[in-house]
Design a protein around this ligand. Structure first.
Ligand code: WQD
Length: 342
């Protein structure tokens, strides 16, 4: 059990980063946030302080800027790093692959080199189930094949995993944990922080929440002819607070260890698009009218985790179900209909 670490969160103003900052503080750690605010808002910072009970140090920097990153390490001397920073829009990665490869891989390589230069030995990396590609064997286990990703975003996550794994082989004292997120949704139960994507949300839940709040005109279900129990896609939706707590457990695990370990962070359950819309209708107190639309390119019918390795080695297990994920999301969205002040 590690306590009172100083943890650097790259991309810590983002959706998962901000929730992790709060859970780290609640567990007794100090937090330093580096974020270029390209896909987040600094107005999350006072809310992190409000919920975490202390002020995070904040640096508005691009992790690709080696000089600025080195200056931050010299000033803050973090004990560990959680690397969230990265571009994450799947359709955009298809349109602009070199932007994604440059940004997501350079930031990871910069971080690893600056960590070595400053003797920082521990990194937790924000990876994604997308590294498994279009597997039709479910549930997904960490020893299953990765790398046949269906888009450049997924490839950057896979390649970052390879870079970190190889670096852990070369730098014997490095301890690394790769967390493969499934589908993070929900918000802190306070309703004070939550998901606030720029523009029209690509992902299901933020779109449904904005539709329920009257920000979107129509709600489309992409495909109803999949080989699933109700014809719509099934995903392993996991509450962002459970996900954030997994990062605290990952730090407890890796501090004092070396090498590289990978974990699926999911619930092990799958919910369909229609089941999510029904659960959100209950949470917001009215029936959400949807329309069927054609399948979305790249979607696979079913994807869910075998999270038993994380339970066994991290002592972590998701605790929150779909109803709470929707209730907590609605509390955030209805209290912040336009998200954070930009
Ligand atoms: C889920 C299902 C949609 C919106 C993505 C990324 C993955 C990770 C998580 C970053 C699909 C359907 C959606 C809508 C709909 N992101 N849908 N109407 O595709 O499983 O994963 O987010 O790491 O890398 O690929 O999640 O929420 O986008 O879609 O019917 O308005 O909901 O077609 O079937 P996905 P999603």
């Amino acid at each position: 059990m590690s306590n009172n670490l100083k943890v650097l969160l790259t991309g810590g103003c983002g959706y998962i980063g901000s929730h992790t900052a709060v859970e780290l503080m609640r567990a007794g750690h100090d937090v330093v946030i580096a974020d270029d605010l390209v896909n987040s808002s600094r107005s999350v910072l006072p809310r992190i302080e409000e919920l975490g009970g202390r002020k995070p140090a904040f640096y508005e920097i691009d992790v690709c800027d080696m000089e600025k990153l080195d200056g931050l390490f010299a000033a803050e001397k973090p004990d560990a790093v959680i690397h969230f920073a990265g571009l994450k829009c799947v359709p955009e990665s298809v349109e602009k692959p070199t932007l994604y490869y440059r940004n997501n891989l350079l930031s990871t390589m910069n971080l690893l080199e600056v960590m070595a230069a400053h003797g920082v030995k521990y990194i937790v990396f924000s990876s994604s189930a997308t590294v498994y590609g279009e597997s039709d064997v479910m549930p997904l286990r960490e020893d299953m094949p990765t790398g046949a990703c269906t888009n450049p975003y997924g490839m950057t996550k896979h390649m970052s995993e390879v870079i970190i794994r190889d670096t852990a082989r070369a730098r014997k004292e490095l301890g690394a944990v790769l967390l493969r997120y499934f589908n993070p949704i929900g918000a802190d139960e306070s309703g004070r922080i939550g998901e606030d994507p720029l523009g029209i949300p690509n992902n299901l839940l933020p779109y449904v929440a904005q539709f329920a709040a009257g920000r979107r005109e129509r709600l489309f279900v992409n495909g109803n002819d999949y080989p699933t129990r109700d014809g719509t896609c099934i995903r392993d939706f996991i509450h962002v607070t459970d996900l954030a707590k997994a990062h605290v457990k990952a730090l407890d695990f890796i501090v004092g260890r070396s090498g590289c370990e990978v974990f699926n962070i999911g619930t092990g359950n799958g919910y369909s698009v229609l089941e999510v819309i029904e659960a959100f209708s209950k949470a917001c107190g009215r029936e959400l009218k949807y329309e069927f639309a054609p399948r979305r390119a790249g979607d696979i019918p079913t994807c869910y985790a075998d999270p038993s390795k994380a339970e066994r080695l991290l002592g972590w297990k998701a605790e929150r179900g779909l109803a709470q994920m929707c209730e907590d999301t609605w509390r955030w969205q209805s209290a912040n209909p336009m998200g954070y002040e930009k």
